[in-house]
Design a protein around this ligand. Structure first.
Ligand code: BG6
Length: 507
């Protein structure tokens, strides 16, 4: 599996933080274990905390599931180092640069191939100073530079554009044509002597197996290709449900709320893949061009097209306002939201896209559900509609609700499932973690599953007016209570019905 060659130093900034421990290092180990990191790789953790090598290794490997791979873990530890330093201090960065240069010399990396990936596992307050410090002091002068950054990308259009401008001045967005050629030929890090810098904005939902599958499903099946529009589809729901509250993250969450936390990014990304037109190729810019086009057709969401909620304690579980990490005990931040996007183009006019997400609900589930129109003049009476469901997690699956004659002597029509469940169909395969997939894309120089600056700008335009109303506690904003562990506010059923969803499952 050593398809990647060349040399790279991966610098994890914020190496002692939660994101690095829980996601970045386990993903790097997963890639290493399966032979997907370049042969000449060095991982350098950087953070403010002063700690020795042993302590660093203990911290960053605590969430790694090892199983039978103990030897691999020992090998992995041998390619990991730590440097401590400040986030706003040139001398600290110069020290980091010196450390990397010494390692590059020891590893015998020739000039032109001294590639660096900067993975910012950091809070947004330091994104800009860190990117500036890196550019001034640690930027590879004899290889490529890739900056990886993860949400939150601002709080609204204005703050996000500010961040985009600042980062864009340091790390470029667009492909350089011969880099594209290198990526196509999978020459990756080995190819050229010029200096490049690129930015990769992570939305980890784009690394999930079933999200990556949406394009294949749509564009490699003649059946779906033709039924995928307003003529056949009645309504679309994209649902995110978590069975736990904000426990321990109240401080962060209260500032953002559920719309900024998962809807404006993760669910909207899924929507764009479901709704976009067929790109002219699988080239990353061709894909992202189509995603931007569909975002441009979505009007800002009206407060009348939303249902907002906040969970209250039930069955011994604390309500949102009882969360110990929450500072504002009168908070009106929504922990549940259902919002309706309307896409004004030829394909989708009149088809509501309902995005709903909530914390502290009755189950863990993320899915896309396309509900088709009822059969006109149905010979068999009844009203059960076809539905195509893409279950993103847990238990990845694609299934279709369809109508079938009840087997046997009966002539009754019943609704049943055509079911492609991954755990039974692909039992021998283990599905990679989203972060593994995305880090590999960074190394392969493939931008398809990362958020482009104009895409981000459009995504914020859709939500900013609504968010400002919610933040200002406008008189039109009503936050409905729902019990911890329930399906959401009691108004939800009527809400989805209003936008065309039929629950009837009898044919
Ligand atoms: C994060 C949100 O972006 O996504 C969290 O900040 C949420 O609040 C998480 O829990 C969900 O990710 P996943 O991969 O567990 O579905």
């Amino acid at each position: 599996a050593k398809e990647l060659q060349g040399a790279v130093t991966i610098i994890v900034l914020g190496a002692s933080g939660d994101l690095a421990k829980k996601k970045t290092y386990p993903a790097l180990f997963g890639l290493y274990r399966n032979g997907f990191l370049p042969e000449n790789v060095h991982i350098v953790g950087y953070a403010r905390t002063k700690m020795d090598h042993e302590e660093y290794l203990k911290r960053v490997t605590q969430y790694i599931k090892v199983g039978v791979d103990q030897d691999k873990l020992e090998e992995f530890k041998a390619i990991a180092s730590y440097v401590s330093g400040q986030y706003d201090d040139d001398a600290s960065y110069q020290n980091l640069d010196k450390f990397i240069q010494e390692s590059e010399t020891q590893r015998g990396i020739p000039s032109g191939r001294k590639n660096r990936v900067f993975y910012m596992a950091l809070p947004p307050s330091v994104f800009i100073p860190v990117a500036k410090g890196l550019k001034r002091n640690v930027y590879a002068k004899e290889g490529s530079n890739r900056l990886v950054v993860e949400k939150p990308f601002g709080m609204d259009s204005e703050s996000s554009n500010h961040l985009a401008r600042e980062l864009g001045a340091l790390f470029t967005e667009n492909e350089v044509s011969h880099w594209k050629r290198c990526a196509q030929e999978k020459l990756l890090l080995n190819c050229c002597s010029e200096i490049f810098s690129k930015i990769y904005r992570i939305d980890h939902y784009l690394g999930k197996e079933m999200v990556k599958n949406v394009m294949n499903l749509r564009f490699a099946n003649v059946l779906f290709g033709h039924a995928w529009d307003r003529t056949y589809v009645d309504n679309v729901q994209i649902t995110f449900k978590e069975p736990f509250g904000t426990e321990g993250r109240g401080g962060y969450f209260d500032e953002f709320g559920i719309i900024r936390d998962v809807i404006q990014n993760h669910l909207l990304q899924v929507l764009t893949l479901i709704a976009m037109e067929r790109p002219i190729s699988t080239d990353s810019e061709a894909i992202r061009d189509e995603k931007v086009k569909v975002l441009k057709c979505i009007q800002p969401i009206a407060i009348q097209d939303t249902l907002l909620g906040q969970y209250v304690g039930a069955d011994g579980k604390p309500g949102y306002l009882e969360d110990e990490t929450l500072k504002n005990k009168d908070s009106l931040t929504p922990t549940f939201a259902a919002v309706v996007c309307r896409i004004n183009n030829e394909r989708w006019e009149g088809v509501p896209f309902i995005l709903k997400a909530g914390k502290a609900l009755n189950e863990a589930k993320v899915e896309v559900r396309l509900q088709f129109h009822h059969v006109a003049g149905n010979l068999y009476g009844g009203s059960a509609r076809n539905e195509l469901v893409i279950r993103i997690q847990p238990n990845e699956a694609v299934y279709m609700k369809f109508n079938n004659k009840q087997p046997g002597l009966s002539y009754q029509t019943i609704q049943t499932d055509l079911d492609l469940s991954y755990h039974s169909r692909y039992a021998e395969l283990s599905i990679p973690d989203a972060y593994e997939s995305l880090i590999l894309d960074v190394l392969r120089n493939d931008h398809s599953n990362f958020v482009r600056d104009d895409e981000l700008d459009r995504a914020w335009k859709i939500f900013t007016p609504l968010l400002h109303k919610i933040d200002a506690h406008d008189s039109d904003v009503h936050i409905k209570p729902y019990a911890y562990g329930s399906r959401g506010p009691k108004e939800l059923e009527d809400f989805v019905k209003k936008y065309g969803y039929h629950r009837d499952t009898k044919a």
